[in-house]
Design a protein around this ligand. Structure first.
Ligand code: UDP
Length: 238
């Protein structure tokens, strides 16, 4: 596998072409942003943790029958993935109230839901990733009804699998964001990453936040929290 030109640089990752037109290399950076890029910083070692964590979790999901873009981990920070066209939606699953849910509705943080919720944001930096409903997704042809059925079904299955896995690590999966893409033949697969950047993860015993909220809310101990959550995963995966 030969690494070729850089195709794209995002907030937390770079993407490179390879000699195979259907495969790309993603390289995870330590850069962190929040509030649509208004807050910027670095979290030392984050790229290494997110790369490894995302690959471990996607590997688990694959085994459980969820198709993902994962091909193979290449190094500490780099992973070979299938090339997809990203569906321009953030798919957010919530088990417990937090973040924008609390802000939007004036609702307290930490309330467990009877059933997980699935919602969508339209990925568009200029518009600040607005919340979007299914009829509007269909109206703009961002995805078909069949694709959205598959995406919602995968999102809930992923929630059940990850909730159970994190529970075994003494961690509560509060909420998370997923992105899906289409392979050349149109197959929907899970893409992007699953990491403390994209999930809220609370210590089950103490409620301590072990995710990017430590950076967003200036809670301190950011690197330590990423290290702690990775250690929990490694112990469970061993
Ligand atoms: N999330 C993300 N990227 C985004 C927005 C949200 O990864 O651009 C994740 C976030 O880490 C959390 C979940 O999606 O685990 C729900 O986030 P929320 O809608 O509460 O927004 P936030 O409060 O993070 O802005």
């Amino acid at each position: 596998m030969e690494k070729r030109e850089q195709l794209y640089e995002g907030k937390a990752k770079k993407v490179y072409a390879t000699d195979d037109p259907e495969k790309l290399i993603v390289a995870y950076k330590d850069d962190a942003t929040a509030f649509n890029g208004k807050k910027k910083g670095t979290i030392a070692g984050k790229g290494i943790i997110n790369n490894r964590m995302s690959n471990r979790l996607m590997g688990r999901l694959e085994k459980a029958g969820i198709p993902t873009h994962l091909v193979e981990e290449l190094s500490e920070r780099e992973t070979l993935v299938k090339r997809v066209k990203i569906v321009p939606l953030e798919v957010i699953v919530r088990n417990i109230s937090a973040g924008s849910f609390c802000k939007r509705y004036g609702f307290p943080e930490g309330v467990s839901f009877d059933e997980p919720t699935v919602e969508y944001s339209y990925k568009n930096d200029e518009l600040n990733d607005p919340l979007i409903c299914l009829p509007h997704i269909l109206a703009m042809k961002l995805a078909t009804r069949e694709e959205m059925d598959a995406i919602r079904d995968y999102a809930l299955r992923i929630d059940a699998i990850l909730r159970d896995f994190w529970k075994g690590c003494g961690v509560t999966l509060v909420d998370f964001k997923l992105e899906f893409g289409r392979l050349r033949d149109g197959t929907i697969v899970l893409a992007d990453e699953i990491s403390p950047d994209t999930c809220r993860l609370w210590d089950a015993a103490t409620g301590k936040k072990l995710d990017k909220d430590r950076f967003r809310q200036d809670l301190g101990g950011v690197e330590e929290a990423y290290g702690e959550i990775m250690a929990r995963l490694e112990a469970a995966d061993a």
